[in-house]
Write a protein that binds this ligand. Structure first.
Ligand code: 13P
Length: 345
């Protein structure tokens, strides 16, 4: 089946009370790892690429790699998502490249660093919704600002500053009505990257209560948790055992994500855990076989290590076993549905 609109996966996930992992990719091995995990667990998948990933891999390579994933896995619904589009132009170019979902991150200005005003956010998000929906393409928006920086994108907020930029549930209600976005990324104290928390997070720093309140006000809005790698100790230990240097750090516990899923979280963004798995596997080969120089000697174990972590997340988020049950809806059909749903102006 061709790439599917992300909204179809999220609607189906909401009806069946589970979450869908959205895994970041930059290259062939990462796409293969996700597809292996999806096949082995019979999971629908969201594959996402940041602006940095698109420029690293080049859009044309990425597009053809995704077409290969579709060709080789005809029974698995796959949505292709632009992660953190910094401007309407970035989202429009993703749509031109065949992405079936885009994130317009209007929580930041188009430099991807400076927190933007609410009005700016509504304006750019609305522009993207108006262009994307007639084509059946899904739009994720963000309200509030996440901590950290990913691929150069992010305000780099930490500690008290990050807590000052959490999503305001009352404003979320207004924002969703004003923009018509399909999914909303919420700021609840998570951040991109490996260094999220200095100890196992409590409710003071990981504000699951904000998710519950947004879900109470907006029971039909799909929430997105960014910065949701769990940073497993075992993966960090492998890196450090083989010459790496990752300091003591804590991620988002899988149980907290599962709690979020019970309260309206439908998309869970995971990148760092894949990166840790890949790096640990490569370091191990380099340490144990200093004579190895065929890239396959280390890329194969790296790919397998990423597949394992992705598989574990797919099972934990509840998407496993659902690949064959997601309704088959094309972009064209989705475009017609948005047209019928649109309020008369
Ligand atoms: P992690 O760095 O926690 O994997 O988050 C990734 C992410 O949110 C991508 O948008």
């Amino acid at each position: 089946m061709p790439l599917v609109p992300m909204r179809v996966l999220l609607d189906y996930a909401a009806e069946n009370d589970f979450g869908v992992g959205a895994f970041n990719v930059n290259n062939m091995e990462q796409i293969q790892a996700i597809m292996t995990a999806a096949r082995e667990t019979e999971s629908p998948v969201i594959i996402q690429a940041s602006r940095g990933a698109r420029s690293y891999s080049d859009d044309a390579y990425l597009r053809h790699l995704m077409l290969a994933a579709v060709e080789l896995n005809p029974d698995i619904p796959i949505a292709m998502h632009q992660d953190h589009g910094n401007s309407p132009a970035t989202c429009f170019s993703a749509i031109d490249q065949g992405f079936t979902s885009v994130m317009m991150d209007g929580s930041l200005m188009d430099d991807g660093k400076t927190p933007a005003s609410y009005e700016y956010n509504v304006d750019v998000t609305r522009q993207v919704v108006e262009a994307a929906h007639p084509k059946g393409v899904t739009v994720e928006a963000e309200l509030g600002c996440l901590g950290g920086i990913e691929d150069g994108h992010g305000a780099g907020l930490t500690g008290a500053e990050a807590l000052a930029h959490l999503t305001d549930p009352a404003q979320a209600e207004e924002f969703v009505a004003a923009t018509g976005c399909d999914a909303l990324a919420v700021a609840i104290g998570t951040s991109h990257g490996a260094y999220k928390f200095t100890k196992k997070p409590t409710g003071e720093v990981l504000r699951m209560d904000v998710i519950k309140e947004i879900h109470r006000r907006l029971p039909n809005t799909h929430m997105v948790m960014h910065g949701s790698s769990s940073v497993p100790r075992e993966l960090v230990d492998i890196i450090n055992q083989y010459g790496g240097l990752i300091s003591e750090t804590y991620g988002v516990p899988v149980e907290e994500i599962q709690l979020g899923i019970q309260h309206g979280v439908r998309k869970i963004n995971v990148d760092t855990d894949s990166r840790l798995a890949i790096t640990g596997a490569i370091r191990k080969v380099f340490a144990e076989k200093p004579g190895a120089f065929d890239p396959r000697d280390y890329l194969k174990p790296a790919r397998a290590a990423m597949a394992e972590v992705v598989k574990a997340r797919m099972i934990a988020f509840g998407q496993a076993g659902h690949a064959g049950k997601v309704p088959k809806v094309s972009l064209e059909e989705m475009g017609r549905r948005y047209h019928d749903m649109a309020p008369a102006r």
